[in-house]
Every structure is written in structure tokens, then in C-alpha cells.
Design a protein around this ligand. Structure first.
Ligand SMILES: CC(C)(COP(=O)(O)OP(=O)(O)OC[C@H]1O[C@@H](n2cnc3c(N)ncnc32)[C@H](O)[C@@H]1OP(=O)(O)O)[C@@H](O)C(=O)NCCC(=O)NCCS
Length: 170
């Protein structure tokens, strides 16, 4: 959690990580910490998500949050965490992974911009000018074959305050 506070410069994301790790609807999670010797320098968390309207719920995930401490940013730590996390999700049988984030960054790690246009609206409406920032990546052979639908996150991440870009919440 210290990693999140140092990376973001405020503690809202650290509180979110604690809540997500205690949320029974978030399992199976993938949570990875990157270390430099004894020091934690990066953290990534993937939590379970669901597709509204499907009777048979495929295993899918959302990446949130990803954090690298300031001194270690732009040295590949974030990329390694994404790639290692996706390898673990594949081993666990996940089919799709979603992320809301920088549209220049995540496509370097396999994410496709504008998941909404591909049949996967976000839990809350994303403004048109940042539609590309809601992204999806298939991680199994079935991938998009699992069906389409509006994405619903685990209970803690599905709260509207996590989907507003609102400085006042921090
Ligand atoms: C965003 C973040 C996770 C990236 O991790 P990282 O280890 O620094 O990233 P990597 O070293 O794997 O990749 C570096 C590339 O990411 C991109 N990048 C990193 N931070 C970025 C930012 N804030 N905005 C846009 N692109 C960014 C750059 O293109 C950079 O490449 P460059 O150095 O050639 O310009 C990290 O900078 C961070 O924790 N930032 C603060 C918290 C945050 O914004 N989290 C993301 C929530 S979606």
C-alpha cells in the first residue's frame, strides 16, 4: 500500500487496494509486488469482473491499480508487472482483461483501445474524448468468444467514485 501512496502522491489508491484485497467478489485476484532487493517498488492488482446479461459468467479481470514508486518509474517495472500478471491470468484461465488508463502506455502490452466499441461498455459511461482509454485484451483462446456485455467490476471497484476523475476524492 505504501507503493501506491508514494506512486500516486496521495492515499486514495492505497485504500482501494486494501478494500479490493478484502472483497470476496474480487477473487480470484492476481496481486504482484516488484522488489529491488528488500524494497517494494511496484505493485499491480487484477480483480475479477463480470459481463452483464450472461448466464454463464466467464472468468474475466480488470487491472487496477498499477503503481511504481517515483524513483523507479520509466525503468520498465510497470511493463514487467503487466506482462507477469497477464501470464498468471492465462495460467488461471482468465479470458479477457480490461484497464482504464493511459492510451499510449497499455497498448504496448497488448491492450486494445476503446473496449466500448468492441462490445464491452465500462461500468459507468466514459466520455467520448477518452473512450480510447477504456481498453481490453483477450488472454485465452476463447477470448472475445466468451460473449459481450457491459463490464461489472467486483463490488469495491464498481463503486462510482472510482470511475470519476475527481480530484476532490483524493
Ligand atoms: C504509469 C506507471 C504505472 C508506469 O510504470 P513505469 O514502470 O514507470 O513504466 P515503464 O517503465 O514500464 O514504461 C515507461 C513508459 O511508460 C509511459 N509512461 C510512464 N508514465 C506515464 C505517464 N504518467 N503518462 C504517460 N505515459 C507514461 C512512457 O511512455 C514511458 O516510456 P518512455 O520512458 O519511453 O517515455 C508509473 O509511472 C506510475 O506508477 N505512475 C503513477 C501512478 C499512475 O499513474 N498509475 C497508473 C494508473 S492507470
Amino acid at each position: 500500500m505504501d507503493v501506491e501512496t508514494r506512486a500516486f502522491g496521495y492515499d486514495k489508491e492505497a485504500g482501494l487496494v486494501a478494500a479490493l484485497l478484502a472483497d470476496p467478489t474480487a477473487v480470484p485476484t492476481v496481486s504482484l509486488l516488484a522488489f529491488d532487493r528488500e524494497e517494494p517498488v511496484g505493485h499491480i492488482l487484477f480483480t475479477r469482473a463480470f459481463l452483464d446479461g450472461l448466464d454463464d459468467q466467464p472468468m474475466i479481470h480488470v487491472l487496477a491499480p498499477l503503481a511504481v514508486t517515483p524513483e523507479y518509474q520509466r525503468r520498465g517495472v510497470g511493463g514487467q508487472l503487466i506482462d507477469a500478471g497477464i501470464r498468471m491470468l492465462k495460467e488461471r484461465g482468465s479470458h479477457l482483461v480490461f484497464v482504464l488508463g493511459h492510451k499510449e502506455y497499455y497498448p504496448r502490452h497488448g491492450f486494445r483501445p476503446d473496449a466500448g466499441a468492441q462490445g464491452y461498455p465500462a461500468p459507468y459511461p466514459i466520455p467520448d474524448e477518452v473512450a480510447d482509454c477504456w481498453m481490453v485484451q483477450p488472454v485465452s483462446d476463447r477470448g472475445f468468444g466468451v460473449g459481450q456485455g457491459k463490464v461489472r467490476c467486483c463490488d469495491e471497484l464498481n463503486k462510482p467514485q472510482h470511475w470519476r476523475d475527481d480530484e476532490a476524492d483524493r
